[in-house]
Design a protein around this ligand. Structure first.
Ligand code: ADP
Ligand code: ZN
Length: 518
């Protein structure tokens, strides 16, 4: 058997291990279990591929992504490794041939989808052969709180019971403390060695802007240094994915849609073109990306607010895996917060689950509305400390101006109170700005003393005030209609005992532009 170092050099063609690859590999070489948390692009694959080659027997890799298995296996075969995959796309005869290879000890690595692995027939087959290890990729799929939850993953704890002597390694790029604990618990990895790498991705520049005219903002961003580069544009809905891809194509970009509602062949084709051609932009829902191995993705744009910081971090993490300068741009608006809030309220989960989702959404909104370094906040969220502001996020590069928003806040809070603490932001803003639309008249809100006291601000300016009051805990959003409510925190502000510094909308915000050019 060859040593891990020998395999690193002669099979994979690299000279040095990255931190903590070597320590992880040594753990498996000693037949111990490992739980590995490494950001996307950190080099997780070698952590199991090398010990699978260095140990006797075949390594079994469990991955939820059938579409990616083929690419990975092809790349391994190219490097002279005896790798194969079994999934539903393979014919009976092909599967038979692979099973024979396995039985004759002619395989180094076998990739399986969890549902395939868990079939009694597959488990029985694996019992008959020597196994070097089990690698459980995308291990966060075991977490019921995350958006990648797969019920099959829960049953993977049976591996420990049925194959007690085969070491296991679970890997993921997503992991706040809670998810990490859940992975360890559900996969029976509490006594495994845990390897937690820094989540900092210094080559990614984080930029978060209020949404104004999102297409114009996107176009401006692309024209400003991203021409001919590969990137991903995330949207919340399938319809928006399609319209955005079409619109980008009309603007002369190679833009391909990707979402779970497209035929499998179309998705595979678009993914393939993204990987192999230059300068392709994929416009996608979150269905796209888990495990995508493309090193030179130069930008990730979110046209809608992700529903948690974890999701944001994971999706932006697909940029710049090669370590080169990359940009993550997020455009967000109050409408996003309302829409996501409604999705949480109308979801099937328990009250506890909803509360948890609300907290996660608020943390995401908090990241958007902050006035200090975003990377520091992001890392803090993953329980890491960055001593100095990063110098490479929009806030560090262009510190936002602030203004004394106390009076505006009081107007808003009063209006929420007068309208009965049950209307959503857009109605409250209509009342403040003195609208006499049907809804305002229907509720007699045109008779309120707060009607029209906020005419001096535009709708977007008021929305910015609302967002910041939510983030800072003065207002809460509640219920199916996402009605605004006051919290206890409002008292000192209303009594004039507290001043409130708010963030100004960025200068290039559309309002100013449309006014000037109108
Ligand atoms: P992850 O699964 O953590 O997102 P990968 O395993 O796909 O990351 O690795 C990301 C990139 O880094 C790949 O292109 C891989 O070949 C490269 N890589 C991994 N380990 C090393 C190493 N020790 N030296 C050089 N390149 C490496
Ligand atoms: Zn910063």
């Amino acid at each position: 058997m060859n040593s891990p170092q020998h395999i690193l050099e002669h099979v994979f063609g690299y000279t040095h291990f990255r931190d903590p690859q070597e320590a992880v590999i040594n753990t498996l070489m000693a037949s111990d279990d490992a739980l590995v948390l490494m950001p996307t692009g950190g080099g997780k694959s070698l952590c199991y591929q090398i010990p699978a080659l260095a140990r006797p027997g075949c390594g079994v890799v469990i991955s939820p992504l059938i579409a990616l298995m083929q690419d990975q296996v092809e790349a391994l075969q190219e490097a002279g490794i005896r790798a194969a995959y079994l999934n539903s796309s393979i014919s009976y005869d092909e599967a038979q041939a692979i099973e024979n290879q396995l039985l004759y000890g002619e395989l180094d690595l076998l990739y399986l989808a969890p549902e395939r692995l868990l079939q009694p027939r597959t488990l029985a087959l694996l019992q008959r052969v020597e196994l070097s290890l089990f690698a459980i990729d995308e291990a966060h799929c075991v977490s019921q709180w995350g958006h990648d939850f797969r019920a099959d993953y829960l049953q993977l704890s049976c591996l420990h019971e049925q194959f007690p002597r085969v070491p296991r390694i679970a890997l993921t790029a997503t992991a706040d403390k809670r998810t990490r604990a859940e992975i360890a618990l559900r996969l029976d990895l509490e006594s495994a060695r845990h390897f937690v790498s820094s989540f900092d991705r210094p080559n990614i520049q984080y930029r978060i802007e209020p949404k104004d005219n999102q297409r114009r903002q996107l176009l401006q961003f692309l024209k400003n240094g991203q021409e001919g580069q590969a990137g991903v544009v995330y949207c919340l809905s399938r319809a928006k994915v399609e319209s955005t891809a079409e619109w980008l194509s009309q603007q002369g970009y190679t833009a391909l849609p990707y979402h779970a509602g497209l035929p499998a062949e179309t998705r595979a084709e678009h993914q393939r073109r993204f990987l192999r051609e230059e300068g392709v932009i994929v416009v996608a829902t979150i269905a796209f990306g888990m495990g995508i191995d493309k090193p030179d993705v130069r930008f990730v744009v979110h046209l809608d607010l992700p529903k948690s910081v974890e999701a944001y971090y994971q999706e932006t993490g697909r940029a710049g895996r090669d370590g080169e300068t990359s940009i993550a741009l997020l455009l967000y608006g109050l409408e996003d917060v309302v829409k996501l809030g409604q999705m949480v309220e109308s979801s099937e989960g328990s009250e506890e689950h909803k509360r948890h989702e609300r907290t996660r959404l608020n943390a995401m909104l908090g990241l958007c509305e902050m006035t200090s370094c975003r990377r520091q906040a992001l890392l803090h969220y993953f329980a890491e400390t960055l001593e100095q502001p990063c110098g490479n996020c929009d806030i560090c590069l262009e510190p936002p101006a602030t203004w004394d928003g106390s009076e505006a806040a009081i107007k808003l809070i009063s209006c929420v109170y007068r309208t009965g603490q049950r209307f959503g932001a857009s109605h409250v803003i209509d009342v403040l700005r003195g609208s006499d639309n049907e809804k305002v008249r229907k509720f007699n809100h045109d008779k309120l003393t707060t009607h029209g006291i906020g005419k001096d601000f535009s709708g977007s300016e008021w929305k910015a005030v609302v967002r910041q009051l939510i983030v800072r805990g003065y207002l809460e959003v509640e219920g199916e209609f996402q009605g605004l409510k006051l919290t206890e925190n409002c008292r000192p502000l209303l009594r004039g005992e507290e001043k409130l510094q708010l963030r100004k909308l960025p200068k290039k915000a559309p309002r100013a532009q449309t006014r000037n050019t109108a």
